[in-house]
Design a protein around this ligand. Structure first.
Ligand SMILES: Nc1ncnc2c1ncn2[C@@H]1O[C@H](COP(=O)(O)OP(=O)(O)OP(=O)(O)O)[C@@H](O)[C@H]1O
Ligand SMILES: [Mg+2]
Ligand SMILES: [Mg+2]
Length: 557
């Protein structure tokens, strides 16, 4: 049923004419707004747990309050109410069905996959899943919304009252884990709009409806956070949870996760202040910056006797400032009404609320069946990694943050005799370090976990020194399909196990460096390291450092 781009053209071209006028108005408004913006200092995090209150007492101090609304694009091959495909980089208007383009007479057909995704996300965030939820129309005028309304869930959403636990690392070396939570007010299923593309040089706006009707989950959080850093950590955790569930790919740069930040300031203990809403922020870093900027701005406005306006603002990535987009008050009548073309959405449960006899299994969503599919979630995974392998908490964060790295590490930890604490260092510093340097992901690693385990075994068995092991690793990375043991043999990287040979090299170093020997004898033990380095140079890193030290200590005593 996908409409061809040629078929779309007439409708889109007519819309373009209206939009040109509309865009010009917005531009004029923004230019005016830019003039009245003041530059504000934004580098201080405004977490009130971390605020260094200097002059004022805690109650006099204005603190930030942050509530997020997050639109997560549901990972489904087809749209929420139509069978057209979902694809990020498809040619404009090539994935548009008659329903997505709002042609008269078309009706929505709910995509079961999207419902399951919302249920699974709700369960993972400890929400109550409403057995019966409802769809509503939310009206607003915009050219990329051809129906003039969005189908959403306003009165009874699919999931309510959840919690997102998130942690962030603080301290000088990021070695301390702080865990916090934010309440999830609701998760609602809704349609995405199309995209408007503005061509400034020709003063035209083009509409691409590929995204129109793609399934979204809007997660509305309670205003429980107080600064940009907390919000960014919460969004990163949510991103990991959604990716683990497979309900959203979570790529912020591709718009799969879009964050609106609601921000206000108040004195602790007093009612919340007037909020502004910064729309469509597409990276966690910019989110933190936008929020901290906005908190500073509002504090400055209030402290200089002004009032914060209930308005929608945009974040200007270049200047690091938020700028007004539109006044929210008065413009916000969405004329909500029940969606007449969709019956209530019912979710069943095999035990407590089984589907009616004869119901088509392809049309039924079972809560308990969805619950069984929930995989290990990031928080539980970090705790298990720390418990099972005795690794540091910050290392568990690194493992979980990188897709596939936990699995990689666990294979190495299982296979090698070197123990998980040695393995973690190699996985994070060597494997991940090089992957990042070369822009590869874990599945593209030239060194398999099995090959790394073999290398660590050689190291553990004392067959190579740690510096030779680094050379072997580099060789493994460069490919050629040889095992660690073969590389050691071919490049003659095995430890010098001939004592006479090692004694001869050490003695030669001692004899040819009388000044150093004298310094060591005078008590300067650090010079011994220099001699050790010279021995390693001569043996190409193949000498056991413990033995070398012992021989040199004896020879210089
Ligand atoms: N005083 C406040 N300060 C900061 N955040 C707030 C404050 N009051 C409410 N919020 C947050 O604002 C958000 C309100 O979202 P909600 O979807 O209910 O309404 P909306 O923003 O008016 O609608 P829309 O979906 O059209 O943007 C929530 O995330 C909530 O936590
Ligand atoms: Mg909202
Ligand atoms: Mg909002």
């Amino acid at each position: 049923m996908a409409a061809s781009s040629a078929g779309m053209c007439t409708a889109v071209c007519n819309l373009n004419r209206q939009i040109t006028v509309y865009t010009k108005r917005i531009k004029a408004h923004n230019t005016f707004n830019k003039i009245i913006i003041r530059r504000l200092w934004t580098s201080t995090p405004r977490c009130h747990s971390q605020l260094q209150i200097k002059k004022k007492s805690a109650t006099q101090q204005l603190v930030g309050v942050v509530g997020l609304e997050i639109h997560a694009q549901i990972n489904s091959s087809t749209k929420l109410f139509s069978g057209s495909q979902v694809g990020f980089s498809a040619p404009p208007n090539s994935q548009v069905s008659f329903f997505d383009a709002s042609l008269p007479g078309t009706l929505p057909v709910l995509n079961r996959r999207c419902v399951e995704a919302a249920v699974m996300t709700g369960l993972a965030l400890d929400c109550t899943i409403n057995r019966k939820s409802l769809f509503d129309r939310k009206h607003y005028f915009y050219a990329d919304l051809p129906a003039g309304y969005q189908i959403t869930q306003q009165r009874v959403p699919i999931a309510v009252d959840g919690t997102l636990w998130y942690s962030h690392l603080i301290g000088r070396k990021q070695g301390q884990v702080v865990t916090k939570s934010v309440r999830i007010k609701q998760i609602q299923l809704e349609q995405d709009s199309g995209k408007s593309m503005h061509d400034d040089s020709r003063s035209q706006t083009f509409i691409d409806l590929n995204r129109a009707g793609v399934g979204l989950m809007e997660l509305v959080m309670e205003p429980d956070m107080s600064c940009g850093e907390e919000a960014a950590a919460a969004v990163r955790e949510l991103q990991l949870i959604l990716q683990a569930l497979g309900t959203c790919q979570g790529n912020m740069a591709e718009g799969q996760l879009r964050v609106d930040a609601n921000i206000s300031v108040h004195h602790p203990g007093e009612p919340l202040g007037v909020r502004t809403e910064v729309k469509n922020i597409n990276s966690a870093r910019f989110l933190a910056k936008a929020i901290d900027y906005e908190i500073e701005r509002q504090i400055e406005v209030l402290e200089s006797g002004g009032a914060v306006l209930n308005e929608t603002r945009a974040f200007d990535y270049k200047s690091g400032q938020t700028i007004p987009m539109r006044d929210k008050e008065g413009l916000q009548d969405y004329r909500f009404m029940p969606e007449p073309n969709l019956p209530p959405l019912i979710v069943y449960d095999r035990e407590r609320a089984p589907p009616p006899a004869g119901a088509d299994p392809a049309q039924v969503v079972l809560l308990d069946a969805v619950r069984e599919l929930i995989p290990e979630l990031p928080r539980a995974r970090r705790a298990r990694l720390v418990d099972t392998y005795g690794i540091l908490a910050e290392h568990s964060f690194t493992l979980v943050n990188e897709d596939g790295l936990t699995e990689y590490f666990e294979v190495v930890a299982r296979e090698t005799r070197a123990g998980p604490k040695k393995a973690i260092g190699w996985v994070i510093n060597d494997v991940l370090g090089l992957l990042k340097q070369q822009g590869l992901n874990v599945s593209q690693s030239p060194v398999s976990p099995h090959a790394l385990s073999e290398l660590l075994d050689l190291l553990e068995a004392g067959r190579v020194s740690s510096s030779a092991a680094k050379t072997v690793f580099q060789e493994l990375w460069n490919g050629a399909g040889r095992s660690a043991a073969q590389i050691v043999e071919e490049l003659d990287l095995g430890l010098v196990d001939n004592s006479t040979e090692l004694l001869r090299i050490c003695q030669h170093v001692i004899d040819s460096h009388p000044d150093e020997v004298q310094a060591i004898r005078a008590g300067n033990r650090k010079v011994l390291n220099r001699l050790m380095g010279l021995v390693q140079k001569q043996t190409k890193g193949r000498a056991d450092p413990v033995r070398v030290r012992a021989i040199l200590e004896q020879g210089t005593s």
